[in-house]
Write a protein that binds this ligand. Structure first.
Ligand SMILES: Nc1nc2c(ncn2[C@@H]2O[C@H](COP(=O)(O)OP(=O)(O)OP(=O)(O)O)[C@@H](O)[C@H]2O)c(=O)[nH]1
Length: 366
């Protein structure tokens, strides 16, 4: 046996070559009919017992397809295909390996060592050698010109198969990138909607009590559903003001004052229906609009609120004054009814606070 010829390529080239091979994602994949057909054709064409499509991967050669061999991979150091790819444009034919000085291969054909090798390098489109399509025999032999050319055709067909594979992989990658991008877009859209909803909520709600704020009340006029409801049936407007709230703040501090305001809001929210509208109208003033509600029912609601506030779990007693006025559906509903409720509230304050006072102004019709 002659000395081993070592022809290691420069490291930078080898890194490029390996990167080119990796781009196909073909090494260690399952056998495929198209590649198996090529080695079958090679065997028939060259009248040999063995053929392979060999890929040179790091420190081994791996067979994508093979016929007549005893393994699917060998160490690279003994791969004759690794010699073939050193001259990428040339078919390597070794009539008798025993005379060639190449390292002995562990490959066997029917138990016999290799004697004959012919391999056509497989190249990436930019010329990086990937492996070889090779035919092998356990006897020394030669190839005819026709067989050589036929083997080269099979190598070109193998390259086409590899390119198709890379193209399909690239398409899948682009598709999943597009899907990931679409998903990100969808997430961003949902996030924007969430932020918008939060923004809309904080623009129309009072941060301390969670009730609607004055801006939301102003928007009510632009809400056709709410307006239709108010214009269809009698409604009642309630104005609620906490009694001596300045004293609460002065005696117990602003934090407890805030807690008292939240207790008022909770009592209001717990006493009204879902379609009623509760607004923190000013510092310690609340406006409650009760659609489809006549004065008598509204008084009951107001008393419920007043009683709940009296029972609120606070370290001091808290009372409220409430003024009520109801309105028949008219075009200038708000100002008139608001003024009447305000006057009722004023009377509630003036007559001793902690009470519900009803507007007694005769209603204007027509
Ligand atoms: N803690 C707290 N106090 C507030 C808030 N908004 C307004 N106030 C206070 O509410 C008090 C309202 O006082 P006034 O308008 O004099 O009325 P009042 O003391 O309740 O007296 P009457 O309404 O006549 O019974 C003021 O001291 C405000 O500083 C708030 O968000 N938190």
């Amino acid at each position: 046996m002659s000395a081993v010829r070592t022809l290691s390529p420069p490291a930078a080239d080898e890194a490029r070559r390996q990167t080119a091979l990796d781009a196909y994602g073909v090494v260690d994949t399952v056998p495929e009919q198209a590649y198996d057909d090529i080695v079958r054709l090679a065997v028939t064409l060259c009248d040999v017992p063995a053929a392979a499509i060999s890929l040179i991967d790091h420190e081994r050669q791996w067979f994508k397809a093979q016929i007549g061999l005893n393994t699917r991979e060998t160490p690279r150091a003994e791969a004759i295909c690794d010699q073939a790819i050193r001259n990428p444009g040339t078919t390597l034919v070794i009539d008798d390996l025993a005379q060639s000085g190449l390292p002995a291969s562990s490959l066997r054909i029917d138990g016999d060592p290799l004697r004959f090798y012919a391999g056509v390098p497989l190249l990436s489109p930019d010329g990086q050698p990937l492996g070889a399509v090779c035919v092998l025999d356990s006897k020394p032999r030669t190839l005819t010109q026709g067989q050589r050319e036929g083997l080269e055709v099979l190598a070109r067909q193998t390259q086409h198969l590899l390119e198709l594979r890379r193209y399909a992989m690239e398409q899948r990658r682009l598709l999943s990138e597009r899907e990931a991008f679409a998903q990100r877009l969808e997430d961003a859209h949902a996030d924007l909607q969430r932020r918008n909803a939060l923004l809309q909520h904080s623009a129309t709600h009072d941060a301390l009590t969670g009730l609607l704020n004055r801006a939301a009340l102003a928007q009510l006029r632009d809400n056709p559903d709410a307006m239709r409801q108010l214009q269809q049936s009698p409604y009642t407007l309630m104005l609620l003001d906490v009694d001596h709230f300045k004293d609460v703040n002065d005696r117990h501090g602003h934090l407890l004052g805030d807690r008292a305001l939240r207790a008022v809001a909770d009592a209001v929210a717990a006493s009204i229906r879902e379609r009623d509208i509760a607004v923190r109208y000013g510092g310690e003033e609340f406006l409650i609009l009760l659609p489809d509600t006549r004065l008598a029912s509204a008084v009951q609601v107001a008393e419920r609120i007043r009683n709940r506030i009296a029972l609120a779990p606070l370290p001091f007693s808290l009372t409220v004054s409430i003024g009520l006025a109801s309105g028949e559906p008219t075009r200038d509903w708000s100002e008139q009814v608001f003024d009447r409720a305000d006057q009722a509230l004023y009377r509630a304050k003036a007559t001793g606070r902690n009470r519900v006072v009803v507007d007694d102004t005769p209603l204007h019709h027509g």
